[in-house]
Design a protein. Structure first.
Length: 226
C-alpha cells in the first residue's frame, strides 16, 4: 500500500517539543501562583491548540475565558523566546523524510500549534526538506479534529483525500484523518498511548519512522486506499 502524499502532524510526530511547551506552561502558571504540571501530565494536555492547553492546565473553577485571555499572550511571548531550547526531530525522522523526498512524494505539515510557531519549527528544525504545505492554526480554520484544515491541505496539494497518508501521534490526528477521508496512521514514539490512537480510528501503527517508508512508500504510485 502506497500513497501519493503524506500529511504530518508536528508536535509528537515529527518533533519532540514537549519539554519546551511544558517549561513555558509552568513558567506562566507559576507567575500567577497556579499549580504547575509534570511532563507526563502534559502529554495529555497538549494537542488541541495553545488556548486549550492553558484552559486545561488551569485548576477547576479558574479556567474562565477571561483568565485564559490573560495568560495566553504571556504564554505566546515566553514560548517565542524558548520554543527551540530542547525541541528536536525524533530519531529516524531525518532518514524517513529523506526517503520520502527522494521518491518525489508530496509532503505537508498540519498542526494545532499557532501558525507562526508551526512555520518557525519547520523553517529552523526541518529546513532540509521542502514541504509543499506548512499550516498551523490560524483564524478562519477550525482546530483539528475538525477536518477543514486537512481538506484544505489536500486541495493545496492537488490530491484526493483517499490518496493521502495522515500521520500523527494522537487521537485528535486519527479522528481528523477519519473525518477527512484520509488513511490514519498512528505513531508510537509521540505524546499519546497506543490505546488512544486505536480508539479514535488508527488503521495501523508504527514504532519507528523508517517503518513508514517500508510499508507505505515503496513506490511513488498509489496502489490502494482503505
Amino acid at each position: 500500500m502506497t500513497f501519493n502524499a503524506v500529511i504530518f502532524d508536528l508536535d509528537g510526530t515529527l518533533l519532540d517539543t514537549l519539554q519546551d511547551l511544558v517549561n513555558t506552561l509552568n513558567t506562566v502558571l507559576a507567575q500567577h501562583n497556579y499549580p504547575v504540571h509534570h511532563i507526563d501530565e502534559c502529554r495529555f494536555l497538549v494537542g488541541h491548540g495553545m488556548r486549550e492547553l492553558i484552559r486545561k492546565a488551569l485548576p477547576e473553577g479558574v479556567a474562565t475565558p477571561e483568565t485564559v485571555d490573560l495568560l495566553l499572550p504571556e504564554f505566546m511571548a515566553h514560548y517565542a523566546d524558548n520554543w527551540n531550547v530542547n525541541s528536536r526531530p525524533y530519531k529516524g525522522i531525518n532518514t524517513m523524510l529523506d526517503a520520502i523526498a527522494e521518491r518525489g512524494i508530496k509532503m505537508a505539515i498540519l498542526s494545532n500549534k499557532a501558525d507562526r510557531f508551526t512555520r518557525l519549527c519547520a523553517e529552523f528544525l526541518l529546513s532540509d526538506w521542502n514541504f509543499n504545505v506548512v499550516m498551523g492554526h490560524h483564524n478562519g480554520i477550525a482546530h483539528k479534529p475538525d477536518p477543514e484544515g486537512a481538506l484544505l491541505v489536500a486541495r493545496m496539494l492537488g490530491e484526493e483525500p483517499a490518496s493521502i497518508l495522515y500521520v500523527g501521534d494522537s487521537g485528535i490526528d486519527m479522528l481528523t484523518a477519519v473525518r477527512a477521508g484520509m488513511y490514519p496512521l498512528g505513531v508510537l514514539w509521540g505524546f499519546r498511548p497506543e490505546n488512544e490512537l486505536l480508539e479514535f480510528g488508527a488503521k495501523a501503527l508504527v514504532r519507528h519512522p523508517e517503518e513508514i517508508i517500508e510499508q507505505y512508500f515503496t513506490s511513488t504510485r498509489m496502489e490502494s486506499g482503505y
